[in-house]
Design a protein around this ligand. Structure first.
Ligand code: NAD
Ligand code: MG
Length: 372
């Protein structure tokens, strides 16, 4: 078992990583069940159809053994649940349960369930408590920690939201046993990201042990999750609201990746983690092209991504667009001063930094080379 503190003034909490935590939820989460249990009310749980089907029974068994009951709000799987209509339904439901600010709502699912539930809890009664039980690798190493919550709107993803930290994050690596392999790999891209942005030793460990993580070998998996969360917790503690530039490091590979997602229409053709994987290869190669990162290290990044079964060559993605089309997605995305964009680049494996002198015309030319 690993317990990793996320230290934030007045809002500190622990991330617990323990195999079997779900089967033992009533004791692991006792402190967060009480206000409901005392009044004989059912505890609110939010899930999607998949996580409800797979894990509600174990959760209910554990709760009922301790004299609690669960009440479920279940959404269809997929990004569409992060919407205004679903937020309204969820908050109406929480209000109908007479949730108070000292109560806790449990989110059991991937980043979609976590983001929707977290945002609903941020605004219900001006902020009630919530506990994250992330069930995808991406949610376990990334979205469940750090307090960013959001829904999507017509104008784009995650544009309406709030910073609202959970009271606890309970991670059961065993639930990844039912996660589809493609989702597992997509989450693994964010694991590689932590090594690449600030921990060369971890990156080297992943080069040697990545296959064990992907095949869910318990020790390797728990180590990779814990190391990732330690990195995220450190960064979030330093820059909770992304104001100093430290938290921005977590966006390594994301500017390129976002352009790839936009070019493929944010569809199932390219999952977020897959786009980030290709984006990290591009960031490494572009850094090498600027002579900032040794060529041989950029090659290692490509190898690590390819070995995980993630896309490393954007020429193989079957996109119609040119380098300039991709650059245009980035231009639209950010407030542009002249034609330069702050860009996360690498001085080496484990050394990401924010470059402020990147010309978009140069990026477009580089991407044209990569698309060939
Ligand atoms: P997701 O929540 O859509 O889950 C992916 C799929 O896996 C779904 O079909 C889900 O039903 C299924 N699933 C979940 N757990 C499972 C399990 N244990 N076994 C079998 N199937 C399971 O996707 P995600 O990748 O977890 O999250 C993506 C979302 O996270 C995006 O909306 C993104 O914006 C958000 N996000 C938020 C943050 C943040 O800091 N808040 C960070 C990164 C991503
Ligand atoms: Mg990401």
């Amino acid at each position: 078992m690993a317990v990793i503190p996320v230290s934030l003034a007045g809002r500190s909490y622990d991330v617990t990583i323990e195999s079997g935590v779900l089967d033992d939820l009533a004791s692991e989460a006792r402190g967060y069940l009480n206000s409901f249990g005392k009044n004989g009310r059912a505890v609110p749980f939010v899930a999607d159809n998949n996580t409800h089907r797979l894990y509600s029974e174990a959760i209910e068994r554990s709760l009922s053994g301790a004299g609690f009951a669960a009440d479920w709000f279940v959404v269809d799987p997929g990004e569409a649940a992060k919407s205004w209509p679903m937020l309204e339904k969820l908050t109406d439901w929480l209000l109908s349960l007479r949730v108070t600010r000292s109560d806790h709502v449990f989110a059991v699912g991937g980043g979609v369930v976590g983001d929707l539930t977290g945002f609903a809890c941020a605004v219900t009664k001006r902020g009630c408590g919530f506990v994250q039980i992330p069930t995808t690798l991406l949610a376990q190493v990334d979205s469940s920690v750090g307090g960013k919550t959001a829904i999507n709107t017509r104008a784009g993803k995650n544009l309406i939201g709030a910073f609202h930290q959970p009271s606890a994050v309970l991670i059961d690596p065993l639930v990844l046993g039912t996660l589809p392999d493609r989702e597992m790999r997509a989450g693994y891209a964010e694991v590689i990201k932590y090594g690449l942005l600030g921990d060369a030793e971890f990156f080297g460990w992943l080069e040697a042990n990545g296959n064990k993580v992907l095949s869910r070998e318990p020790d390797a998996l728990s180590y990779a999750i814990a190391t990732s969360i330690r990195a995220k917790a450190r960064i979030v503690a330093e820059d909770e609201r992304e104001t100093t530039g430290v938290r921005a490091l977590l966006n390594l590979g994301h500017t390129f990746g976002h352009a790839l997602e936009a070019e493929t229409g944010f569809s199932d053709r390219l999952l977020h983690g897959e786009a980030v994987a290709a984006g990290m290869v591009l960031a490494a190669r572009y850094s090498a092209r600027r002579d900032e990162m040794p060529q041989e290290q950029a090659e290692r990044v490509t190898q690590a991504i390819a070995a995980a079964g993630l896309p490393s060559e954007i020429s193989a993605l079957g996109m119609q667009g040119t380098g300039d089309d991709l650059a245009n997605h980035m231009r639209h995305d950010k407030k542009m001063e002249s034609d330069t964009l702050p860009f996360l680049l690498l001085r080496g494996i484990g050394e990401a930094y924010l470059a402020r002198d990147v010309e978009m015309s140069d990026i477009a030319a580089f991407l044209d080379e990569q698309l060939k």
